[in-house]
Design a protein around this ligand. Structure first.
Ligand SMILES: Cc1cc2nc3c(=O)[nH]c(=O)nc-3n(C[C@H](O)[C@H](O)[C@H](O)COP(=O)(O)OP(=O)(O)OC[C@H]3O[C@@H](n4cnc5c(N)ncnc54)[C@H](O)[C@@H]3O)c2cc1C
Length: 368
């Protein structure tokens, strides 16, 4: 059995589904997802936050371009995917240079003292805070509504999502990519590699040079603090050196050790020791001890060597498009990267400036 399309997207996370929805306005698009549900890997395990100033200068430009779609998700949802949260970034004396580096080139930040931090998050120990930045525009993202909304938009535009469909072999024959999925064959002249942590493996399957992606595991735990703490009114709060962060989550507190352990792509799970050490770092900064973990999980954040996403046609294979390496920013950058992928594939002008497109292009990893 064989099915054809104009474009096949490999990977049904937020990157693949959003790009597929954008492309489906003028192409027949098919998404192949290995798992039995969309968003099972990184997309379903994120902290679900939009932080305008998170990441390097390239990412900051992409974050800004995503915000209008997140706030006014026309066709994706009938109301904003964002809700107020804020972010409090704290520094010890030693970390002050990092705080200044974060503020450089950033917008919409207020400087706070340790005492001011405790007015916002009363459980913080002010003596540990030499300075802090408050980013009022940081917002929570409804990731599930976003993913489902993009999927609906894709289907309304005639696109299709096949789950339980792991691309097992990818070959190019007569200008068309042929993808085998356990006996079923799918064919299209253009393939988008949105396979998250597996994107380098998918490239290798297709005979395309890897770009050097590395999956880094990040864990999280959900804690109950008790009814005397109005957790929902707090912002996300973190150390600027990312030794831990905490974010309110439906009345509980999600605390992450902000771990970045290199791992091979897999269905990630928590390393208990890494989680315990991270919770210990968090506990030293607050007045409420950790007595019980309600739930814990881990996911993969996959980075290119320069920690900038990889978006564009592969220089070494016709019709092979990279949409990978979104690291810890893949949800908040998805609208802008999906629009960029659609523009580049359709040959239209992208909304990002040429220098930003060059910074994303996969050919930066090729020496000849
Ligand atoms: C703990 C944690 C917190 C995070 N917090 C945030 C945050 O607050 N804000 C933010 O913007 N980002 C955050 N991120 C990052 C964000 O989750 C990722 O960047 C984003 O989800 C990546 O999306 P993706 O679609 O590329 O990957 P994925 O969601 O992993 O999707 C890739 C898909 O490809 C499929 N696939 C792989 N190989 C094949 C194959 N051969 N055939 C078919 N399908 C295949 C996989 O099954 C998978 O479903 C966080 C990540 C973690 C782990």
């Amino acid at each position: 059995m064989s099915e054809t399309a104009d474009i096949i997207v490999i990977g049904g996370g937020i990157a693949g589904i959003s790009a597929a929805a954008e492309l489906a306005t003028d192409a027949r698009v098919l998404v192949l997802e290995a798992e039995t549900q969309m968003g099972y890997h990184s997309t379903g395990r994120s902290a679900a936050i939009y932080i305008r100033n998170y990441g390097n200068a390239v990412l900051r430009a992409i974050n800004a371009l995503s915000e209008p779609t997140l706030a006014h998700p026309e066709g994706i949802s009938d109301h904003s995917l964002l809700s107020p949260r804020g972010e409090l970034l704290m520094a010890s004396e030693d970390e002050m240079p990092l705080l200044e580096a974060y503020a450089a080139g950033a917008t919409g930040l207020d400087h706070l003292t340790g005492a001011e931090c405790t007015e916002i998050v009363p459980i913080l120990r002010p003596e540990r805070i030499a300075g802090a930045l408050y980013e009022g525009s940081a917002q929570s993202i409804d990731v599930d509504r976003m993913l489902q909304g993009y999927a609906r938009l894709l289907k309304a535009r005639g696109g299709r999502i096949v789950t339980g469909a792991r691309a097992a072999s990818i070959t190019r024959d007569g200008g068309v990519w042929q993808i085998d999925v356990g006996g079923t064959r799918y064919a299209a002249p253009i393939v988008i590699n949105a396979a998250g942590a597996w994107a380098d493996e998918v490239a290798a399957l297709a005979g395309v040079q890897r770009v050097g992606l590395q999956a880094l595991r990040r864990s999280a735990a959900l804690l109950s603090l008790g009814p005397e703490h109005d957790v929902e009114s707090w912002p996300l709060f973190a150390t600027v050196s990312e030794t831990w962060y905490a974010k309110p989550d439906a009345g509980k507190l999600m605390v992450s050790p902000a771990d970045e352990d290199p791992v091979d792509p897999h269905d990630a799970w928590v390393d208990d020791m890494v989680l315990a050490e991270g919770l210990d770092r968090y506990e030293q900064a607050v007045t409420v001890p950790v007595t019980r973990v309600d739930h814990s999980w881990a996911g993969l954040r996959t980075f290119a060597p320069d920690r900038t996403p990889v978006v564009g046609f592969a220089p070494d294979a016709d019709g092979f498009f990279w949409l990978a390496g979104q690291g810890g920013y893949g949800v908040q950058t998805a609208p802008a990267l999906a629009q960029t992928a659609a523009a580049l594939i359709a040959g239209r002008a992208a909304m990002l400036p040429p220098a930003t497109l060059d910074a994303l292009a996969p050919n930066r990893f090729f020496t000849n």
